[in-house]
Design a protein around this ligand. Structure first.
Ligand code: ZN
Length: 150
């Protein structure tokens, strides 16, 4: 299991540390991006929840018929949602970073909650081992590296 990979663990730790430091220096733009996402996100095609034509199109272009985590059809799992791989609550400046987005079903999104990615991989490994490969595959490695450099 490559979660025991020391280098990987270090990468997450550094990214987390850099993230925390950055968090204390949030800019006006960061807050605007954070709020902007509320108007942009896609939840069940429900415009009251913030769907815009652009976000609807983006979701369409970036998802298949099945949720990449659980493998069920979106229609059987409360529909599609845009999730931030690195949670927006912890990384507000990544609110509108497309590399940080993926389309997952609403049920998986709720289960993921505000978990940090590293924590989430552990969670999936323990609770849904059959889904681990998919989650591992979606790991935002580049984004974590860019955090480290920032
Ligand atoms: Zn799912």
């Amino acid at each position: 299991m490559d979660l025991n990979d020391k280098k990987l663990e270090d990468l997450f730790k550094i990214a987390d540390k850099v993230g925390k430091r950055r968090y204390h220096k949030l800019t006006q733009q960061d807050f605007e991006d954070y709020r902007q996402f509320d108007r942009w996100r896609y939840v069940n095609g429900d415009s009251e929840c913030g769907t815009t034509p652009e976000s609807k199109q983006w979701v369409k272009d970036n998802s298949e018929r099945l949720c990449p985590i659980c493998g069920y059809r979106f229609s059987d799992r409360d529909g599609r949602t845009i999730d931030h791989k690195l949670p927006r609550a912890q990384y507000p400046w990544l609110s509108l970073e497309f590399k940080n987005f993926w389309v997952i079903c609403r049920i998986c999104n709720q289960e993921k909650g505000e978990m940090h990615w590293y924590e989430y991989e552990h969670y999936i490994f323990v609770h849904h081992r059959d889904r681990y490969d998919e989650v591992r595959f979606a790991r935002p490695t580049q984004l974590l590296r860019s955090l480290k450099q920032g």
